[in-house]
Design a protein. Sequence first.
Length: 424
Amino acid sequence: MSDKHYHLETLAIHAGQVPDPATLSRAVPVYRTTAYAFKSSQHGADLFALRESGNIYARLMNPTEDVLEKRLAALEGGKAALALSSGTAAIYFTITNIARQGDEIVSASNLYGGTYTQFDAILPQQGIKVNFTPVNDFPAVEAAITERTRAIYIETVGNPALDIADIEGYAKIAQKHHLPLIVDSTFTPPSLLRPIEHGANIVVHSLSKWIGGHGTAIGGAVIDAGNFDWTDPKFALYNEPDRGYHGLRFAHDLGPGNEIAFALRLRTVGLRNQGPTLAPDAAWIFLQGLESLALRTAKHSENGRAVADFLKNHPKVAWVKYPGDNPLAQKYLPDGANGMVVFGVKGGAKEAQKLVDSVELFTIIANVGDAKSLIIHPASTTHSQLSEEDQIKAGLPPELIRLSIGLENKADIIAALDDALRLL
Ligand SMILES: Cc1ncc(COP(=O)(O)O)c(C=O)c1O
């Protein structure tokens, strides 16, 4: 099909697929294979030398994943996409596809805890330094950029404080310094926000959350907007001959592929030589999730808004934060702010834990983006390794409760919270 004429809901169901030519199967088949047969030794040689494109080995390509990748690229308005084994892998291999020993990244500090640890503790072990700045503090971002900086990194909606990043403000600085802007859009799937439309160069996702949507598989994706010029010599990985690929210079020697040099390098170096491959069964689960994504995020948003409004008016609730109430939501989230709500109960951490333990319907769990409503007290679980002072710096006071509102009837969700609040 010609993807570009269709709306997002249509692309989510059709983009990237032509019915399987051998079987005419209407659904995308799961191709459970390790490798693909060469028609002849010449065919094999041409594939290996990149003279012909085609499947070689499933560590780096698989037809089920190919549909998922094309579909995600279409939904995000990118030129190419890659599926990886987890959101965490998508982030790690994005950074190391740009930066090497001695390089630096400037990142917003309000990150998902696992990403914060990767940036703060793991990347420095490999000689990549990350300079953290408070979200939307643009003078601090400018001040943190040095001649070694190779990218700027943000999350659309930070976790757990749920602030909204001003993507266009970051894009302006990134363009001024000729740096790629990498945006983790996990909390705002493409049915709600498409960061490339606001100036992002690379979008990363944990597919494990709203895109999968049912808490059934782990996966990640990277979408290349194809709008960044990698020929600037400061990007050594794109301008120096690559020893692993016959001296190829990724920014120069790919012909029309130079436009998506980032995605091609991620496949031919990241997937091929480092191996963070997604299983085809998981890819199929994410394709299933995409088909209903827009319907689900509309319902998550409706329920999230209703829960936030209920909590705001409750006498036992001290404060509520919902991304839909942030003034930036009008620009970045006009179609809904999804289902994440954080709030504080009067009385502090003890009362918060009491509520988490007594609320029905919600599952106590370290996950978000499920059809089921989920609850957690981050200060005693996901962020318990931080000192109380660092928790407060991360926007996490001891009484904060995080809700990922699911797809149940909103009256039932609100009644469950109301019953639990009454017990405090
Ligand atoms: C914003 C964000 N990015 C990335 C990740 C990591 O994704 P995964 O669990 O698929 O590795 C998460 C996981 O919670 C997340 O919330």
